[in-house]
Design a protein around this ligand. Structure first.
Ligand SMILES: NC(=O)c1ccc[n+]([C@@H]2O[C@H](COP(=O)([O-])OP(=O)(O)OC[C@H]3O[C@@H](n4cnc5c(N)ncnc54)[C@H](O)[C@@H]3O)[C@@H](O)[C@H]2O)c1
Length: 305
């Protein structure tokens, strides 16, 4: 199939592109490179530099496309609190431009990368797809708004829509600018022999999903029809301090910790039930946290040497 990946030059998109190319699909990456560079791109993919708000360029690019995997988005929670209009503009209006371009060209199949942020602070765990949507920051609100537009395009224009709500992806190639995610920051600190910066003494619970498992979820969902929403996680909540302890084991010394206290806006605990994705599409996470962390440490070691 011929698949367009918006945001395909980023951390997750570059892994999704690789896995699709390995399966023999044709991949077109569409990205404005505002948060990434062409370094991440697989040479087998065709690259178009463009913004999702550029409907005319999108329409040209969409000709002959079978599926769109839509990952282009701004992703920083704290930035979204300071710049909600930017997040509404880029993530929500940008997506509506994309959907209009798809409708006009007649491409009506889309997989969208949503986030556990749509749930905000959960009252019960694990989170299922039926858990209430209560985003507590504009980034999460932008994902809820896009999900609503996608449902509308399914009802009005018969789009086939799959929404994947990712939990906490990690793995080789993670290089956000700035990096706000725990695992790459922990590993970089440990490699530099700096103390690991830790909020809440590491007592928060998260669901860390290895990037290759997450990328595989997209290929599993490629042929789904209708409208579906799936959590993509491991069914396991892990304390952040346990990740730190596993890194100590991998590095072979007791990594130092810098306790940064409490941080406003952090969710105390979240983890997914991904039972629905398993029952409907046969997907489940395969890579253990120990194995995933080892591979991720190897990647960052190779980058620093
Ligand atoms: N990384 C995570 O922890 C996480 C968790 C849940 C959901 N997600 C979602 O997964 C997707 C990918 O995240 P990522 O970690 O790979 O982020 P990333 O920043 O590495 O990738 C996003 C890509 O989108 C591009 N982009 C942004 N706005 C654009 C626009 N207007 N037009 C064209 N390209 C644009 C950026 O240049 C970047 O290459 C995002 O939708 C994000 O919200 C990520």
């Amino acid at each position: 199939m011929k698949i367009l990946i918006t945001g395909g030059a980023g951390f997750i998109g570059s892994h999704v592109a690789k896995i699709l190319l390995d399966l023999g699909h044709q991949v077109i990456v569409y990205d404005n490179l505002s948060k990434s560079s062409q370094d991440n791109l697989d040479k087998r993919a065709l690259f178009i530099k463009g913004d999702i708000k550029d409907r005319e360029l999108l329409k040209k690019t969409l000709l002959g496309i079978d599926w769109v995997i839509h990952l282009a988005s701004l992703i920083e929670v704290n930035e979204s609190v300071k710049k909600p209009v930017l997040y509404a503009d880029n993530n929500v209006l940008g997506t509506v431009e994309l959907l209009e371009a798809m409708r006009e060209v007649g491409v009506k199949k889309i997989i969208f990368s949503s986030s556990a942020c749509v749930y905000g602070t959960p009252k019960t765990l694990p989170l299922t797809e039926a858990s209430p949507l209560q985003p507590d920051n504009p980034y999460g609100a932008s994902k809820v708004a896009v999900e609503a537009f996608l449902r509308t395009y399914h009802i009005l224009h018969h789009f086939d829509v799959t929404i994947l709500r990712y939990f906490n992806p990690y793995g080789p190639g993670e290089n956000h600018q700035p990096e706000t995610h725990a695992i790459p920051n922990f590993i970089k600190a440990a490699l530099d022999k700096r103390p690991i910066p830790l909020y809440w003494e590491g007592e928060q619970i998260r669901d860390f999903i290895y990037i290759e498992d997450l990328a595989t979820a997209h290929t599993t969902c490629l042929n789904l029809k209708g409208f579906s929403i799936f959590n993509v996680g491991t069914n396991n909540g892990v304390k952040v301090i346990d990740v730190v302890n596993k890194l100590s084991d991998i590095f072979g010394y007791d990594v130092k910790i810098e306790n940064l206290g409490e941080r406003a806006g952090d969710v105390n605990a979240n983890y997914a039930s991904s039972a629905l994705l398993k029952s409907k599409a046969g997907w489940e996470a395969k890579v253990s946290l120990d194995e995933g962390l080892k591979k991720t440490v190897e990647y960052f070691k190779s980058k620093s040497s």
